[in-house]
Design a protein around this ligand. Structure first.
Ligand SMILES: *Cc1c(COP(=O)(O)O)cnc(C)c1O
Length: 372
């Protein structure tokens, strides 16, 4: 079946007890045994498995066309479990502009336990080859990246990583399963922060891992989660699954709106540079056009006149909300360097924009008055 149909139906059936079309939220932490000691529905205790989590996992596995999925309490918990499943002393290669929380985990948490990490420019394939070591177990990809929307060639990186005997994980949060299919391009594992487009309404935290094959590595992540307990609540799973039903329609609208906003900004005299992979001038445009089905809802813009000019644009917007995060129905805008702190390498005049589902004309009019 097509993506839209799977987004609505995968993991969802009418409730057998009541006929309810929307799945009930199973708050029960524990499930009854039969007299013979068996569990006929397969559920024992909600840390191990819960019907709402199972529904979400079935749907995500279907959307990414993987073998199985594991839902987590946040994207960061999903990432953490991947690193925990590696061998002691293993080596990981990650992009230098990887999501800051992912970098923080590698540098501040796992380094103390002997995990080695190299941070490289993932668009430089020679640098990737040079970074591979005999103990390299994992290559982490995030594309498009934050905040400069850099594009990584997933197939090319996967080929080099596999040659070196490493697994490839793609953080597919910004692209979503609609716009990018990492398994078709050679990835072994896909990670999502479902806090963003999957949930889609800025009202639930979550994370999901999808595995291409159910192997020992996948089973060890599942075991780590079962023992470690980083599970999402039944209500969180219910909200994410509810959001996913409209994902394909929202993503097309986010992409259309972002394309229009990017074009407007690109032509504005007070704008120095726009970073959006849909623009032909974007350095990753060709690769993005080849590996994505749309360019997504995220863009960044450098305002002429430095940090103060960028801050004053941020101060004057009325429809955009000044807030971090992304992927909700409402448009968000943030001054990235302030969020990242003094060590930030982000240009001080850069604003990051999550283009929402308002009418593009209104968003453009708002930016126009803020730039005046
Ligand atoms: C938000 C985000 C994460 C972290 O997810 P949380 O749900 O906030 O823990 C990881 N990667 C990317 C690309 C993100 O945008």
């Amino acid at each position: 079946m097509k993506f839209e149909t799977r987004a609505v139906h995968a993991g969802r059936t009418a409730d057998p007890a009541t006929g309810a079309v929307a799945q009930p939220i199973y708050l029960s932490t524990t499930f009854e045994r039969e007299a013979d000691g068996s569990f006929p529905a397969g559920y024992v205790y909600s840390r191990s498995a819960n019907p709402n989590r199972a529904a979400l996992e079935t749907c995500m596995s279907s959307l990414e066309e993987g073998a199985s999925a594991i839902a987590f309490a946040s994207g960061s918990a999903a990432t953490m479990s991947v690193f925990q499943a590696l061998s002691p002393g293993a080596h990981v290669i990650a992009p230098e502009d990887v999501y800051y929380g992912t970098k923080l985990q590698l540098q501040d948490i796992f380094a103390r336990w002997g995990l080695q990490a190299s941070f490289i420019d993932m668009s430089d394939l020679e640098a990737l080859k040079a970074a591979c070591r005999p103990n390299t177990e994992l290559v982490w990809i995030e594309t498009p990246s934050n905040p400069l929307l850099k594009i990584t060639d997933i197939s090319a990186v996967a080929a080099i990583a596999h040659e070196a005997g490493a697994r490839v994980v793609v953080d597919n949060t910004w692209a979503t399963p609609l716009l990018q299919s990492p398994f078709e391009l050679g990835a072994d594992l896909i990670m999502h922060s479902s806090t963003k487009y999957l949930g889609g309404h800025s009202d639930v935290l979550g994370g999901v891992l999808v595995a291409k094959v159910e192997d020992d590595f996948t089973r060890s992540i599942r075991a780590l989660q079962g023992a470690g307990g980083a599970v999402p609540s039944p209500f969180d799973c219910w909200l994410v699954l509810r959001g996913i039903q409209t994902l394909p329609w929202r993503m097309r609208a986010h992409s259309d709106n972002a394309g229009r906003v990017a074009q407007f900004l690109q032509e504005h005299p007070r704008v120095e540079r726009v970073f959006y992979p849909g623009l032909p001038e974007h350095p990753g445009h060709e690769i993005a056009a080849g590996q994505m089905k749309g360019f997504g809802g995220m863009l960044s813009v450098q305002i002429t006149g430095g940090a103060d000019a960028a801050m004053s644009v941020a101060a004057r917007v009325q429809i955009f909300t000044r807030a971090t995060s992304l992927g909700g129905t409402e448009s968000l805008l943030e001054h990235r360097a302030s969020i990242e702190g003094p060590a930030s390498k982000t240009p001080p005049n850069l604003l990051r924009v999550s283009v929402g589902l308002e009418h593009a004309d209104d968003l453009i009019a708002d930016l126009e008055q803020a730039l005046r």
